[in-house]
Design a protein around this ligand. Structure first.
Ligand SMILES: [Zn+2]
Ligand SMILES: [Zn+2]
Length: 276
């Protein structure tokens, strides 16, 4: 079912990241077809925090691809002007100790929004299918979740990000601690609130083994109660995924007593009432 939503999709990739497919123009066409209000391209930042030989081209765009990315998003914005706003964004990994390099990276373009993601936790990817099972078995869910939320809080406090992505990402493959690490979660929620970071309500988790949107209802309620603003996204890696699952994420937002969402223009937050 196409569910015309009037909501934005603020987490969309291009072929440059090495694990997304389709023409970028088709992502925009799908956004129009699904009745979205905006589309924001947010491709994966080059893996600036890893030594060059470990920068896997299947995980993120290469440095020399940035200028082509910026040019393509500008062209699509011009082509679709009057039909749908096409925003320029980036999904930027937070890597502890590499904040200055990241700030220099982000100074290279005039973004509409910058997503902050913590994928790199305790020396490896938290969400890679090959390593997740092994890591959760050897290191334990408590330690990995605790470390993840510590880094997420630290990411928010850098002030470099507009939106924190997939807030409870470690659950992607279904690994969870026996009890929620509420203290660590609270620290990340407080950091988001104090830094003025929004969180995305992402349908991507619905397509993953966990089968649940990010963040889970329990966390989303606490984020909303703390006054952390939300926006909507799909983390699309193919045109068909743009605006996918929004009937369910919109219902989730309503269930969690969310009344507003925000959009971005040149990193300025614009609030809107949730569609009725
Ligand atoms: Zn990706
Ligand atoms: Zn993404």
């Amino acid at each position: 079912m196409e569910a015309p939503s009037g909501l934005p999709d603020y987490h969309v990739h291009t072929f440059r990241c090495g694990h997304a497919g389709g023409a970028s123009r088709d992502f925009v066409r799908k956004a129009i077809e699904r009745g979205l209000s905006e589309i924001g391209f947010t491709d994966h930042i080059p893996l600036y925090f890893l030594p060059p030989e470990r920068r896997d081209p299947r995980l993120a765009m290469r440095e020399e691809e940035l200028s082509g990315y910026l040019a393509e998003v500008a062209e699509l914005a011009a082509e679709f002007a009057g039909k749908i706003p096409v925003r320029l964004g980036l999904e930027a990994d937070y890597a502890e100790g590499h904040e200055d390099e990241l700030a220099r990276w982000l100074a290279r373009a005039d973004w509409d929004l910058v997503l902050g993601s913590v994928h790199w936790v305790a020396g490896d990817w938290i969400d890679a299918p090959e390593s997740a099972a092994r890591r959760f078995a050897s290191e334990g869910a408590e330690r990995l979740y605790g470390e993840y939320y510590r880094l997420l809080a630290k990411a928010a406090r850098t002030g470099l990000f507009d939106v924190l992505t997939h807030f409870d990402l470690p659950k992607k493959h279904g690994h969870r601690p026996a009890r929620a690490l509420e203290e660590a979660e609270d620290e990340a929620i407080a950091a988001a609130r104090e830094a003025g970071c929004a969180v995305e309500i992402s349908s991507a988790g619905l397509r993953k083994p966990v089968g649940e949107a990010y963040p889970e209802p329990r966390l989303l309620r606490r984020l909303a109660a703390a006054g952390v603003p939300v926006t909507f996204s799909s983390d699309a890696h193919a045109p068909a995924e743009v605006g996918w699952g929004y009937d369910r994420t919109l219902a989730l937002a309503r269930d969690c007593a969310i009344e507003r969402y925000i959009t971005f223009e040149k990193r300025r937050k614009i609030p809107h009432p949730l569609p009725a």
